[in-house]
Design a protein around this ligand. Structure first.
Ligand code: FAD
Length: 310
């Protein structure tokens, strides 16, 4: 049984949050909704002793048009995105993805920022302390090898965010503050593909907002493979968009430590698209569904998406 003793800090400004982060640099984590962090803390896979709760910072909230972009504050709650007229009109795909996360109770607390930064998952990692000890600790929890692959020296824990693939197909950028500098990068760029360290953001970086370009006409498709629709992490999330110029963008989660992305045209040969997606998805048997089945489902979802989009 884990004894959880935490220092809990509740800043009211970004400046204060950054200061707390610097003061506790060695051993802290941010939380927004906490629906990912607290579960991992209770399971013993998240051991930081200082929690900096960003939920009281008003600067992280709000949805508004800024120039050619829709700016969504990182602390916006997933369940509430569906009530926003701007998102309803321009990005129904994001609503679909957000509403596929967890259950209604989780979505009423979970934030969009926390969702794109939620921890990668693996059957051999998301277990209790005694379970992980009894099978031998894996790479992601200070062990020597990846148990899912029978001993590889790389971690294949999966990115499970459902909104990340949707946002990537919408060409999202994220904005964060680090060391008093505001930085903007393509969302796609923050994922490393290494399951132990899945993102390349500095740990003191505070995610401020997500920016979506207001392209004129976007058609989209979204599918999620999961055991129960009522509440389940993804085994394969498939998002696809086309714009007015026939550009096609596809992004997957649940089959690799990072998003699997395809950019091309709606006229591309579907066999070639499939080949590229399946090759890029380094899925291993670390999920409730087998890797073979999940790869087959990429084909199924691709066919469905192209049918919807053409
Ligand atoms: C039963 C259950 C089912 C779930 N199902 C799904 C699912 O289907 N799909 C899915 O995607 N997720 C699922 N989740 C995981 C989680 O609920 C979601 O990913 C949620 O969106 C996380 O958001 P949060 O605000 O609660 O994140 P938190 O737990 O607060 O934080 C998650 C991560 O983001 C970081 N973070 C949060 N905000 C910021 C910020 N502003 N700046 C810097 N870092 C920040 C935290 O440090 C942490 O690393 C589920 C969780 C549970 C318990």
């Amino acid at each position: 049984m884990n004894t959880i003793e935490k220092k809990y800090l509740l800043p009211e400004t970004i400046y204060e949050a950054s200061r707390f982060a610097m003061e506790n640099q060695e051993d802290f984590t941010f939380i927004s909704g906490g629906t990912d962090v607290w579960v991992n803390a209770f399971q013993g896979t998240q051991k930081k002793s200082c929690i900096i709760d960003l939920s009281k910072i008003n600067e992280l909230k709000g949805i508004e048009i800024q120039g050619d972009f829709l700016r969504i504050g990182s602390a916006e709650i997933l369940e509430e995105l569906k009530n926003n007229d701007l998102i309803k009109v321009h990005f129904p795909l994001l609503i679909e993805a957000a509403l596929s996360v967890g259950s209604p109770l989780i979505r009423k607390t979970a934030t969009i920022g926390g969702n794109i930064l939620c921890e990668n998952r693996c059957l051999y990692f998301n277990q209790s302390e005694w379970w992980r000890e009894s099978v031998g600790y894996c790479l992601k929890c200070d062990g020597d090898i990846c148990i899912a692959t029978g001993g590889k020296n790389a971690c294949f824990s999966e990115l499970v965010s459902d909104t990340a693939p949707a946002l990537i197909t919408l060409n999202a950028k994220i904005e964060y503050v680090y060391n008093n500098q505001v930085v903007k990068v393509d969302l796609e760029e923050i994922y490393t593909g290494d399951g132990v360290y899945p993102r390349n953001l500095p740990k003191e970086a505070i995610l401020l907002a997500i920016y979506l370009p207001l392209t004129k006409k976007i058609n989209s498709s979204f599918f999620k493979l999961r055991e129960r629709e009522s509440m389940e992490f993804t085994s394969l999330t498939f998002a696809a968009t086309t714009d007015q110029n026939g550009n096609l963008k596809i992004a997957l989660s649940g089959v690799d430590p990072k998003p699997v992305v395809y950019s091309g045209s709606l006229n591309d040969d579907s066999e070639q698209i499939l080949k590229k997606l399946v090759k890029a998805a380094r899925s291993v048997d670390n999920d409730m569904y087998s890797r073979v089945y999940r790869k087959e489902m990429i084909k199924v979802y691709l066919e469905r998406a192209l049918k919807e989009l053409k």
